[in-house]
Ligand binder design. Structure first.
Ligand SMILES: [Zn+2]
Length: 187
């Protein structure tokens, strides 16, 4: 049984062997082929994301999934590859060490838009789609996991594209209080 509210970060890593039991292929618009690992999400999160994106369409916002589930092995590949290209300090700001990525939970989803060329960039937060996502994601059980101004608390740079499924009661609570998941567990 999935724990939708679990805290995963540098201090609370997942086991290397952890694989969510109920991964399904996302059926909403996605920048990945059906066979690709990153198109997977836990079933409840996938259904909620589908409804969220569908609702966005009714506002005229085209939102696409870019990256969902990521296995420990894949995260390790990405991390090692980035270490070859950039200093560790910089890499650690943007790329999670294997085991510490929320994407391994199957509950995190990166989202972008055609206007952004489907890239995951900070500017997404300033687009109509990015602003809409920040407001409406909590109504579907998602939070913007790495908000601006909370970098020191989450340990991550502002990521307007990364949403995390926590279930609707917690997402609404966090949206109303402005708390991050870290602060919620600190109380
Ligand atoms: Zn992400």
């Amino acid at each position: 049984m999935q724990n939708y509210t679990s805290l995963v970060n540098r201090q609370h890593p997942l086991d290397a062997t952890y694989i969510p039991c109920d991964l399904v292929v996302c059926e909403f618009p996605f920048c990945a082929e059906r066979h690709e690992e990153k198109r997977l999400l836990c079933e409840t999160a996938a259904e909620a994301a589908g409804r969220l994106l569908e609702y966005g369409k009714s506002f005229g916002h085209l939102l696409y999934g870019v990256s969902g589930y990521r296995s420990f092995e894949r995260q390790n590949q990405i991390y090692q590859q980035r270490l070859q290209e950039s200093p560790a300090e910089e890499v650690n700001q943007y790329v999670a060490r294997p085991g510490t990525s929320e994407h391994q939970t199957g509950l995190a989803l990166d989202i972008s838009s055609p206007g952004m060329d489907y890239e995951l960039e900070e500017e997404f937060g300033e687009t109509p789609e990015g602003k809409w996502l920040a407001v409406y994601a909590p109504m579907f059980g998602f939070i913007l996991r790495y908000p601006r101004g909370k970098e020191k608390i989450t340990g991550y740079a502002y990521e307007p594209w990364h949403i995390r499924y926590v279930g609707k009661s917690l997402s609404l609570y966090l949206a109303l209080t402005g708390l991050t998941l870290e602060e919620y567990y600190d109380i």
